[in-house]
Design a binder for this molecule. Structure first.
Ligand code: NAD
Ligand code: UFG
Length: 344
């Protein structure tokens, strides 16, 4: 199967490219390097020993994307391309709505034109909002999001569902297969240490922040609040190894190729860890304690978020295999070998 990965040079896309190739599929990547570099794709080629067709393009650019899709005619599109920084989305909502929603609309228009049918989408646990109580199951109603980034995911899910429904009703159009993947907290790196998460500027997310403290790039971590109603007072999340997540995409793309309709799957482990548990585990992996201070709560944070991951296991035959030790080991391996990310 040939899969086209928009945003394939990014963190999750590059790991998915490895997993796809290892599962025997062909991969084509489209990225505008807004938040990545072609070096990540070169490293994927190094890991897999395969040359990957790579296009520098904006996935919202219809003319350019038409030429790429006409040339490649992929069996499945996995749409990672998007802006993803929660705080930035509050400051730049229009850019977030424009980029995230436009890319999806462009791809849907071109899929109809070129009669392509299979689509896997990077959604987020953020669509559960803060009204639902974890573990989150796919049948729960989507909640109110706390930021524009979350709303872009919420809206893209809806757009994709509506497009699928219309394709099923229209006899002149091949029926779409849409798989919505709700990721929990992707962390870790490929075990080679050749690819990993390389955030620009000050990391927003916990694991890259911890890694940069551990490697000496930052002085200490600020823990955002220790007065939550949890065993140690810090928030709990479902941290999933990025290679487990990547393997979930292989199963999702294979499912999309063999089924019609819209399906939504949580990709998480089902097991929550607190911020302080992550700090402690990372300290063991890197061989020294990670310095931290307790600070105030961060606006918009939910106390608890973790998945019920049963549906992906039952229908896709997928479950996360890697635990916290492997997550920290691989994140540290990547960070210590590439202290300045891909620019080292
Ligand atoms: P990332 O920023 O590393 O990767 C996204 C890639 O998309 C980047 O390479 C970027 O350059 C590219 N891109 C952005 N806009 C583009 C456009 N218009 N055209 C072409 N390329 C474009 O982020 P990631 O962590 O790999 O996330 C991948 C997807 O998963 C995103 O849609 C993100 O919202 C979603 N997601 C991520 C997380 C997370 O915590 N990392 C959680 C839930 C969902
Ligand atoms: N945290 C700190 N200090 C930091 C960074 C994070 O204490 O410097 C804490 C946060 O308060 C939170 C936990 O670590 O309790 C995890 O925070 P992240 O920013 O790593 O992850 P979030 O769960 O807040 O956000 C992630 C994705 C979003 C997505 C959201 C919901 O980054 O894209 O999950 O699915 F929207």
């Amino acid at each position: 199967m040939k899969t086209l990965l928009t945003g394939g040079a990014g963190y999750i896309g590059s790991h998915t490219a490895v997993a796809m190739i290892e599962a025997g599929h062909d991969v084509v990547i489209v990225d505008n390097y807004y938040n990545s570099s072609p070096e990540a794709v070169r490293r994927v080629e190094q890991i897999t020993g395969r040359e990957i067709p790579l296009y520098e393009a904006d996935a919202a650019d219809k003319e350019v994307m038409r030429e790429i899709l006409k040339k490649e005619m992929p069996d499945c599109i996995i749409h990672f391309a998007g802006l993803k920084a929660v705080g930035e989305s509050v400051a730049k909502p229009v850019e977030y709505y424009r980029n995230n929603i436009d890319t999806t609309l462009t791809l849907l228009e071109l899929m109809k034109e070129l009669r392509l049918t299979n689509f896997v989408f990077s959604s987020s646990a953020t669509v559960y909002g803060d009204d639902n109580i974890p573990p989150f199951t796919e049948t729960m109603p989507k909640g109110a999001c706390t930021n524009p980034y979350g709303w872009t995911k919420w809206m893209q899910e809806q757009i994709l569902r509506d497009a699928q429904t219309a394709s099923a009703a229209d006899e002149g159009t091949p029926e779409l297969s849409v798989v919505l993947l709700r990721y929990f907290n992707p962390v870790g790196a490929h075990e080679s240490g050749l690819i990993g998460e390389d955030p620009q500027g000050i990391p927003n997310n916990l694991m890259p922040y911890i890694s940069q403290v551990a490697v000496g790039r930052r002085d200490h971590l600020t823990v955002f609040g220790d007065d939550y109603d949890t065993p140690d007072g810090t928030c709990r999340r479902d941290y999933i190894h990025v290679m487990d997540l990547a393997e979930g995409h292989v199963k999702a793309a294979e499912y999309a190729a063999g089924n019609k309709g819209t399906e939504v799957f949580n990709l998480g482990t089902g097991e929550p860890y607190s911020v302080l548990e992550m700090v402690e585990a990372f300290g063991k992996a890197c061989g020294h304690p990670v310095k931290y201070e307790i600070g105030p709560r961060r606006a918009g944070d939910v106390q608890d978020s973790w998945a019920n991951a049963d549906k992906a296991k039952e229908i896709l035959g997928w479950e996360a295999k890697r635990g916290l030790d492997e997550i920290c080991r691989d994140a540290w391996n990547w960070q210590s070998k590439n202290p300045n990310g891909f620019n080292a």
